[in-house]
Design a protein around this ligand. Structure first.
Ligand code: GLP
Length: 242
């Protein structure tokens, strides 16, 4: 990667990642920023909100693009990823909610919704900087192991590992979606800059595979090594095998 920082804990991971985004938005207040959901990203949103309140960073002209969305959940569903971005970030800053974008998980034709999203990303000229989390199985967005290098935004089936990891976010009794619409590997690699964050020991194997293993679909995150401006930020627990 272009840089690899190891910091003390999950909070510092988010703060370090936010610095890259603040720089991009300072240089271009109309930036297109790619956002990730998940537990690791929480401290990142806290840091961005702080940049808004304390440094007066404005998101008024920024457009945000989610990596993925569950199929079958409408935007207003409490567990939709669109809603997660609004709750954790959007409603705490000055970005108009119309500028928060995600694939339409409630569309009756997920293939069509995926194509619309890929088209939207192209029509805005692509993402200036993309945040990525890392799945325990090496996934990025919902590109599970086996995802090809040339994949675009598409409907995908979630693996057992991912379903188990994410079930905790769904109240007991509610079955979580088994499918999602996800940006593809090729879609993600079009971003001008990429910041991948990982915290906690559950990510240690995946981070090692990503950085030190062979590049291939067995570890979708390993494809990031084909991009020249990827910044990896991990805490000590996640980086302990690297
Ligand atoms: C999820 C999401 C990803 C996320 C990753 C890590 O399933 N689709 O966008 O970055 O897996 O999530 P977490 O940070 O909760 O471990």
């Amino acid at each position: 990667p272009a840089s690899f920082s190891v910091v003390g804990d999950a909070r510092e991971v988010g703060e370090e990642a936010a610095r890259f985004f603040v720089e991009v938005i300072n240089n271009n207040p109309r930036a297109n920023i790619g956002l990730a959901t998940g537990a690791t990203a929480r401290s990142f949103y806290t840091a961005l909100i702080k940049a808004h309140t304390e440094l007066k960073l404005s998101f008024a002209a920024v457009n945000t693009f989610n990596l993925d969305e569950y199929i079958g959940l409408s935007r207003s569903h409490p567990n939709s990823y669109w809603n997660e971005i609004v709750e954790q970030f959007g409603r705490h800053v000055d970005v108009p909610l119309t500028q928060i974008h995600a694939p339409d998980g409630a569309h009756q034709d997920p293939e069509a919704a995926a194509a619309v999203y890929e088209g939207l990303l192209a029509s805005v000229g692509g993402v200036d900087i993309q945040l990525l989390g890392l799945g325990r199985n090496g996934h990025i967005a919902f590109n599970e192991p086996g995802s090809p290098f040339d994949s675009c935004t598409r409907p995908v089936d979630l693996t057992t590992s991912t379903l188990q990891a994410n079930q905790v976010h769904f109240p007991s009794g509610e079955t979580m979606p088994q499918r999602a619409i996800s940006m593809g590997i090729a879609t993600i690699l079009k971003a001008r800059r990429i910041v991948l964050i990982a915290s906690g020991q559950a990510k240690a194997e995946a981070l090692k595979d990503m950085l030190r293993g062979t590049i291939g679909p067995h570890c979708p995150a390993s494809f990031l090594r084909a991009h020249s401006a990827v910044h990896v930020i991990a805490d000590r627990d996640a980086a302990r095998l690297v």
